[in-house]
Design a protein around this ligand. Sequence first.
Ligand code: WAQ
Ligand code: MG
Length: 634
Amino acid sequence: MEPEKQEKLYCVKMRASRDGEHVSGAERIVPAAAVPTVAAQLAARALGHSKGTPDFINVKVERPGEIVRLKALPVATHVTHTPAEGYACAAELLRGVGFTRIDEIMALFRETYNMRGAMLLDADTLERLEPDRARGVRATCMDDADSLAKGTAAGKNHYAEAIVLATKVQHTPGIVGEICVSDDPDYVTGYVATREIGYRRITVIKEKGDPSGGRIFLYRGPREQVPETIRFLERQAVIVEDVPPLEDGKSGMRWDLLADELSSIEASGLGRRCRTLDAPTGPTAVVDGKRLVVFSSNDYLDLARDPRVTAAAADAARRWGAGSGGARLTTGTQPPHVTLEAHLARFKGTEAALTYATGYMANVGIISALVGKGDAVFSDELNHASIIDGCRLSGATTVVYRHNDMADLDRKLGGARAYRRRLVVSDAVFSMDGDILDLPRFLETCRRHDAFSMIDEAHATGVLGATGRGLCEHFGCGHPDVLMGTLSKALGSEGGYVCGSRLLIDWLRNRSRAFIFSTAPGASAMAAADAALSVLEAEPERVGRVRENAAFLVAELARLGIKASTQSAIVPILVGDERRAMSLSDRLLGDGFLIPAIRYPTVARGASRLRVAVMSAHTQDDLSRVATALAGCR
Ligand code: WAQ
Ligand code: MG
């Protein structure tokens, strides 16, 4: 800075108190022209402080003497989670640079809580050197070069102000270190600074809501030099240059936080990874020369690899292309889409049908199109995540009712007459428990309350009813308003669908954002599902077989003393503890059985289970052997 410009700089200091108690303080170094504005901004900040309205505000403007320019201390961040961890981190850092009486220093920290300035502490003898113990020593007359250039006083930025202060303090003769905890109840990050290690942020060093904070400046040197130390802190004008931005990617804080949380997910047995199954889909797989029986596939009827289905997919890809090129309302509707939708509607006995890219998208897209703000959606407590997400996205009031409890649903509907539209949604087969919805009572309850009824037949289509048409066929009862399902399970392809009245489908085509704004599934997926539906219609015995297999497995387990039950193709075996479920799954894999461990958040914490998915193509031998292996796990 030119000397003549320096002439025109002023130090503007604000401090505010109430009933003699310090409330806030701040200061800036600014050119003469900015003094009135900055003085007003600092006063405004004092008036708006979270610690309360001050009854005394002092704004002081001074011409500083010679100005010293300093480079900001280097900054690094330590991620901590609890105040104890933060304190330990601070102690560790100080120990690392040769301080010895650290526990005593940390213990003295609470004596700073009501001070306006810092405790000046002899690092070795632990003598307090500040002349006024109630007030402490204040470092003042400093600013960073950047805000000087801008000439304004922003609201409190803890980091930006602290790095300036810490840089000045660590360049003060006689000072060898600093510890700081903010007195702002909402600010839990503190720091330790020394010349050697720079400015070390500690992300959590106190409890949120705690108003206690303070500073200790650690001193080392002869007593007679203390006055010079204090003079420098209080009077020497300092401008700090090159303050590193906090989010510069180098600090890596945003990634540290993710990495940290990820390791705690792993540590609690909830880590998730994709296992590559290097084999075609089917009831068995050969991986690394070893035969595995697969009990984790939703391809219940073994149609994903059926030559009629794969040929339809391959032909469609050749004829219509690998991708659809756009959303259904642009280029994405091709003959296979139209054909499949007509076929689905025929199969389910409804007026019309609509496909979605996935079952998840279908649930999210249907629910959010049918209800919104001012409406209510009623959801079984064990519904699939995609239903839960659809309820959340819709903006409707979500009312969760007890699992399969129609009396509870009835009560809750009765108490919700004020809502404009009401939708009740339930899984047909509950995907982690294998039990089924009491559809007749469900329909009767919905009708009585004039609420929309919706069921998700992801695990019901191809599994329930004499010919695999799902839950309505199983009970021989009427249809709900909305019959949702997937192409990716018993139909061996991929995608989601909805069957219902023409009005419903017209509505969704116009209002369902997940339909409107996603690329249409490719023609091959549509053709594959269409072919699979035809196979299912021609060979309904597959449906009987999958249910017989599930019943056979449950009987085998019972014979071996393991309680399990099912009303579908899903046989859950309760384990409880997350890590135990994982280790059992690994052990079964070693025995040649692929059975996934289902854990939180798919099911409640502590309700982990092994989920055996039975296929029509499993042999009785496969089923007996897996029952024996499961029995061996106890
Ligand atoms: N000089 C000496 N001590 C001071 C000063 C000063 N100018 N200002 C405050 N103190 C003392 C006083 O006892 C306060 O109670 C205590 O320090 C804490 O002050 O990188 O906001 O202004 O994100 O609350 C750290 C930022 C923020 C960490 C620290 O301190 C980061 C903070 P506060
Ligand atoms: Mg404060």
